[in-house]
Design a protein around this ligand. Structure first.
Ligand code: BGC
Length: 348
C-alpha cells in the first residue's frame, strides 16, 4: 500500500480513508481517486498551450458517494445492463441485484465504482489500483481481483485493466468519464464533433437492453463514421434515439477485438482539443449525458446539466452474458484477462 504517496480526500461513512494521486508527464496531468478508481481531473493543453480540464467531476467525496452518475469511475464487475439481473453460467443461474428499472446496471448498487480501491504502485506518470471482490459479491461467482493502471504516455492517458478470478465468471470493466473538450465547466457539448468507427450498433429496448441483433448504422442518425456535431441528430425522432433521450448506445467497433485499434474520436473547435479513443474491446458506448439533470453541481463551482459531457465507454456489449450472438464476456477460472484503452490528445 502506498497511501502515503497520496493526498487525503476524505473518509467513507464505513471508515475507509480515500486518497487522491496526481500524475504529470509535463504534457498532460490527471488526478485519480482511490474511491471508485475515479479519474477526477484530466488536464490537456488547448491550442494556446493552456491546460484545460476535460472531464466532469465533483469537489468532495460526499458528492461521489451521493450521486449516481459514475463520473470518471471504473465500473464493474460487469458494466452496463444485465437483463432482469439474471444470467446462466455453466448451467447455474445467477441472480444479481436490480438497480436500473428491471435490470442490473453497472455492477449493481455496490459495484466497483462505489468501493475504495488500494493504491498498489505509483510513479510520477502511473498509478495502479486494485480491488478484491469476493465470491458472491453483488451476485457474481468467483473471488476476483481487478486492477487498473492509469499511465500518462506522451499526449495520451492509457488505462490498462486486469482481472483474475478463481472460478468462471463474467467481467467487463470500463471507465465512465464524461468528456467536455471545451472544458468541463463550459456547458453543452452539442457543437463538439464525434466520430465512432463502427458500421453497426446494438439496438436496445426501452430499458437499454440490447435486442440481440447488430444493426447497420448506414442511412440512420446512428452513423457517426464521419465527424458529426453531437447536436446534429441527438434530438432526432429516430426511435432508438427518442426512447433513450439521445445517444446511449453500444457500437460494434470495426476491426478485430483483441488488438488496440481506433474506436472513436472527438474534438472541440472552441479549445482546439482533439481526442482519439483506442481500445482492444469489442464495443464502445456513446452516451450523451441524457440523465444529468439541470443544476447538477460539479467541481470548481461548475453547474452541469444534460449534454454537458459525453462518454465513450469501451466495453463488452451490454447484456452479453445473456446474448449468445455477442462476443463472450466469460472470464475463465485462473486466466488473467488484460484490456487496454487509450485517450490520446492533440490540438487542431
Ligand atoms: C448508461 C446510461 C446511464 C449512464 C449513467 C451509461 O453507461 O448506458 O443509461 O444513464 O451510464 O449511469
Amino acid at each position: 500500500m502506498l497511501q502515503h504517496a497520496a493526498t487525503a480526500f476524505g473518509m467513507t461513512p464505513w471508515g475507509e480513508a480515500v486518497s487522491s494521486v496526481t500524475l504529470d508527464n509535463g504534457v498532460i496531468s490527471c488526478e485519480i481517486l482511490t474511491y471508485g478508481a475515479v479519474l477526477r481531473r484530466l488536464l490537456v493543453p488547448d491550442r494556446h498551450g493552456r491546460a484545460v480540464d476535460v472531464v466532469l467531476g465533483y469537489d468532495t467525496l460526499q458528492d461521489y458517494l451521493e450521486r449516481d452518475k459514475y463520473f470518471g469511475a471504473v465500473v464493474g464487475r460487469f458494466a452496463n445492463r444485465i437483463a432482469k439481473g439474471r444470467f446462466v453460467l455453466n448451467g447455474k443461474e445467477y441472480i444479481l441485484p436490480i438497480n436500473n428499472g428491471e435490470n442490473h446496471h453497472h455492477g449493481g448498487p455496490n459495484g466497483f465504482s462505489q468501493r475504495v480501491w488500494t493504491l498498489e504502485e505509483r510513479t510520477d506518470t502511473t498509478a495502479t489500483l486494485s480491488l478484491h471482490s469476493p465470491d458472491g459479491d453483488e451476485g457474481y461467482p468467483g473471488n476476483l481481483t481487478a486492477k487498473i493502471t492509469y499511465a500518462l504516455e506522451g499526449s495520451g492517458l492509457f488505462l490498462r485493466y486486469e482481472a483474475l478470478s478463481d472460478a468462471d465468471t463474467v467481467c467487463s470493466l470500463l471507465n465512465h468519464s464524461y468528456f467536455n473538450l471545451s472544458g468541463h465547466d463550459t456547458g453543452p457539448v452539442l457543437d463538439q464533433w464525434v466520430t465512432v468507427h463502427a458500421s453497426a450498433y446494438t439496438p436496445a429496448d426501452g430499458s437499454g437492453v440490447p435486442l440481440g441483433i447488430l444493426a447497420p448504422v448506414e442511412g440512420t442518425p446512428m452513423d457517426l463514421r464521419q465527424p458529426v456535431r453531437i447536436g446534429q441528430w441527438v434530438d432526432d425522432g429516430f426511435a432508438q434515439l427518442r426512447q433513450a433521450g439521445g445517444y446511449d448506445h453500444n457500437y460494434v467497433i470495426d476491426g478485430q477485438p483483441g488488438s488496440l485499434r481506433p474506436a472513436a474520436a472527438a474534438s472541440s473547435d472552441a479549445s482546439g482539443i482533439a481526442m482519439e479513443v483506442l481500445t482492444d474491446r469489442p464495443g464502445v458506448h456513446f452516451y450523451t449525458a441524457n440523465f444529468v439533470e439541470p443544476g447538477h453541481t460539479g467541481k470548481d463551482g461548475a453547474v452541469y446539466g444534460p449534454r454537458h459531457g459525453f462518454c465513450l465507454e469501451t466495453q463488452h456489449f451490454p447484456d452479453s452474458p445473456n446474448q449468445p450472438a455477442f462476443p463472450s464476456p466469460l472470464l475463465p477460472a485462473g486466466q488473467l484477462c488484460r484490456h487496454e484503452t487509450g485517450f490520446v490528445f492533440r490540438t487542431i
